[in-house]
Design a protein. Sequence first.
Length: 453
Amino acid sequence: NWGDVAAAAAQPGSYPALSAQAAREPAAFWGPLARDTLVWDTPYHTVWDCDFSTGKIGWFLGGQLNVSVNCLDQHVRKSPESVALIWERDEPGTEVRITYRELLETTCRLANTLKRHGVHRGDRVAIYMPVSPLAVAAMLACARIGAVHTVIFAGFSAESLAGRINDAKCKVVITFNQGLRGGRVVELKKIVDEAVKHCPTVQHVLVAHRTDNKVHMGDLDVPLEQEMAKEDPVCAPESMGSEDMLFMLYTSGSTGMPKGIVHTQAGYLLYAALTHKLVFDHQPGDIFGCVADIGWITGHSYVVYGPLCNGATSVLFESTPVYPNAGRYWETVERLKINQFYGAPTAVRLLLKYGDAWVKKYDRSSLRTLGSVGEPINCEAWEWLHRVVGDSRCTLVDTWWQTETGGICIAPRPSEEGAEILPAMAMRPFFGIVPVLMDEKGSVVEGCNVSPV
């Protein structure tokens, strides 16, 4: 089990051997973890069948499961009133706590609403919503009925939204009337209205309310909360194959046109949960604070799927680092007693300019682990995060990964207990990862000359 893996990795001299075993014998390493960790409808018969030379990837073949059951039902059976989500809304001090029971009921009502509006297994659903419990429920509702969600960052233009909807051939769009971010209103419904004019596959737009303001409701539009209220809070989960599609997520487009990356069911969920547990040293009862947007892979893996599969309490951060002031992150840490904080170097560099006083104003003694994600962190920002925010006592993990990988590939932890962490270095490959440098043609680069990389 995961506790055994964590304990074994911490023993002197054991991390290299354990890492080598995971790379050399993936079936022996991952098979027991998948068997003992995930809830299966039908056990798998083959742990892996992969050939990188041909692009053949297969994990836990023959297995059937449902991701929403792993993220919700299994925890509701054990501890229904445990808090699944803390929604740190844009307005400071107005957080909302959602239990696993409440999240399951909302997910089922939304899943039944989708089915009533013609969404079937394999259909694509666009989610254009800011960070919120309903957005998480929308993702899990799709997973429950076997639909494929594609979450689109709620800051994108109508043109960008339409391009992703059309590429994915989405049947339904789920959105809010408006969004709130940094004290300003974002006209989400108006953006969706403009986008779907150019999206022939869209049959319905399900509209929830974040504000009390009325918006135009056209022929495609469905008042989501009203429809959900009519539905049963129970929805039978669809049994999915391990390699069936779970979601599509588009890359940022920084290297050309955005690409729709596909992640499947069992392997993605197991890896997201295991990295969440071991990289951040997440323990039962911890409050996990990843401040990423769910429109990016970090939000998928470390706001939603990883924490919820582990039965954790995950913080949903709707606002910005500087609203209403530069102490927002740290005031949130104090008020919610966050134990792990995971954010981007861009935000760290921004807050560094405001000085130490905004940090030291608030009690951060609950913090044990700090994490950096999304881009390389420079040494000055790393030192400030470690020394000022973490009081030089918190473990700081610089994490390297991509939309394509679905989870953290390189990070300082897990490792042997007391192993050195170098500033601004990701350092150690996670179990099963064998890092190599490649040139533009995919050939491995060896030696000290990295100019072709």
